[in-house]
Design a protein around this ligand. Structure first.
Ligand SMILES: [Zn+2]
Length: 462
């Protein structure tokens, strides 16, 4: 078997075993049985009634769905359905004798294994309409946390395959694409506390986790508000209630607005990576949203006139953002909007600038919908910007028609020239020799040789 890869070696061993009569190949599925019942209230009731005479009897279809009782208490451990005084006592649907409802409920993974089929089709009288579900499925793009990758997504695939196997749904795989987004993270704060064990002798030291509200800045570090004791700043971790490193989105939205909050989350890092939450980051986003609003709210130019570089910038941005959004690269889309806003702010009044501002409303709408809708309505447009079409791209404006030419003397950069793309060699050479910086640097010498690379550089050998 030396030199064989593992799969080939396995096949070779099986062949030898079968040829030698001392073994046979077989496939072992490492798939365990799945107990789908749970002894808890929060789940879908299992529609079965237990009768001493008839055994397990399904609840008749006209009595579905079985609805959970609302008068339950959770004050003692155990399943409140099992100790509810009346809910479980029902007559047997088959013989009419006193019988008991099943008080276990279904594991929530049962529901998540097929909810996407029900989302696609919701007939009143059955789980789904096959033709409608097949028309919509598979789910084109699934977005979920990576923690779902091993359990929920596997169960959902298994469920779909089983439905296909029994002829209820002709869909091979439920999800055509999967995107696992990162998590919002934050640094942790704690101080060490010592606790005495129950027998009064042993002591243990452990971290007492503190929330942002529990601490305040003092000097270079933090102290606990209540005690004034020094706080240890821990590493940046996934936000969790137990470590208290969460930020309350309600407070953030109240202070900065939903647009700035959303903008920060989209802008900071690619969505597949974790997002380290930072106060300064959201402040930066808030300031940027103000700048965008000032453009929307500012005076329109009185004159006409076009601004060709701004027109090009606008159309490159429209095209680029569409590509970025399709690729879920929202941070790149935000970066392009940032550049466009800079360009509009720098541009002199013109019809092009007015068009760029009006178009900017639609470009920021997916990421900052509230100010976009407000600006859209204030500008006198009908309906919602959310229903407005995406701006059209003029392909002619996507081509850069100017290039930056490096002008070198003996290979060293001395000046740059912005020239129309495709400018002839002799024109580039003349422009380079006419440059003030080059004239000064040559100190009256005449170049011995001039090398021109069109659209790139002019090198004077002096
Ligand atoms: Zn019965």
């Amino acid at each position: 078997l030396d030199g064989m890869d593992i799969e080939d070696a396995k096949r070779a061993v099986i062949t030898r075993a079968e040829d030698g009569g001392w073994g046979t190949g077989s496939t072992v599925f490492r798939l365990r049985d799945w107990g789908v019942s749970r002894q808890r209230y929060w789940g879908t009731p299992i529609p079965i009634i237990h009768c001493d005479a008839c055994g397990a009897v399904p609840v008749p279809a006209d009595q579905l769905p079985v609805v959970l009782p609302e008068d339950v208490s959770f004050d003692i451990p155990g399943n409140p359905l099992d100790r509810h005084p009346t809910w479980k006592n029902v007559p047997c649907p088959s013989c009419g004798a006193a019988a008991r409802r099943e008080t276990d409920t279904l594991d929530t993974f049962v529901d998540s294994s097929w909810y996407f089929i029900r989302f696609a089709s919701q007939p009143k009288d059955r789980p789904f309409d096959r033709a409608v579900a097949e028309q919509w499925l598979p789910v084109a793009q699934y977005i979920g946390g990576v923690e779902h990758a091993i359990l929920h997504l596997l169960y959902a695939r298994f469920w779909t395959r089983a439905l296909r196997h029994i002829g209820m749904l002709d869909v091979a795989e439920p999800f055509a694409g999967l995107f696992t987004q990162g998590m919002v993270t934050h640094e942790t704060y704690s101080r060490q506390v010592t606790e005495t064990g129950t027998d009064g002798t042993d002591t243990i030291t452990k971290p007492l986790w503190l929330s942002l509200d529990d601490i305040e800045k003092r000097g270079d570090g933090y102290v606990e508000r209540a005690t004034g004791e020094a706080v240890t700043v821990g590493r940046i971790e996934k936000m969790s209630k137990s470590k208290k490193n969460t930020v309350d989105p309600t407070g953030i939205v109240d202070q900065y607005g939903a647009d700035a909050t959303r903008w920060f989350m989209l802008s900071d890092s690619p969505p597949e990576r974790d997002l380290p939450w930072s106060e300064s980051g959201i402040e930066g986003s808030w300031r940027f949203i103000q700048r965008v609003w000032r453009l929307f709210d500012g005076d329109k130019s009185t004159g006409g006139g076009t601004d060709a570089p701004l027109d090009r910038k606008l159309h490159q941005t429209i095209a680029g953002i569409a590509v970025d959004i399709e690729a879920l690269a929202f941070n790149k889309a935000v970066a392009k909007l940032f550049e466009l806003v800079n360009a509009i702010e720098r541009a002199a009044p013109s019809a092009s600038r007015d068009t760029a501002i009006a178009t900017l409303m639609r470009l920021v709408a997916p990421m900052a919908p509230h100010i976009a809708e407000e600006a859209w309505a204030a500008a006198g447009n009908d309906g919602l910007i959310a229903d407005a079409p995406w701006p059209e791209v003029d392909p002619a404006l996507l081509v850069e028609d100017e290039v930056t030419i490096a002008v070198q003397i003996n290979g060293k950069l001395r000046d740059t020239l912005v020239m129309p793309k495709g400018t002839a060699r002799d024109v580039l050479e003349a422009a380079a020799l006419a440059s003030d910086k080059i004239v000064r640097a040559l100190e009256g010498k005449t170049p011995r040789k001039i090398i021109v690379v069109p659209d790139r550089l002019v090198n004077l050998v002096a």
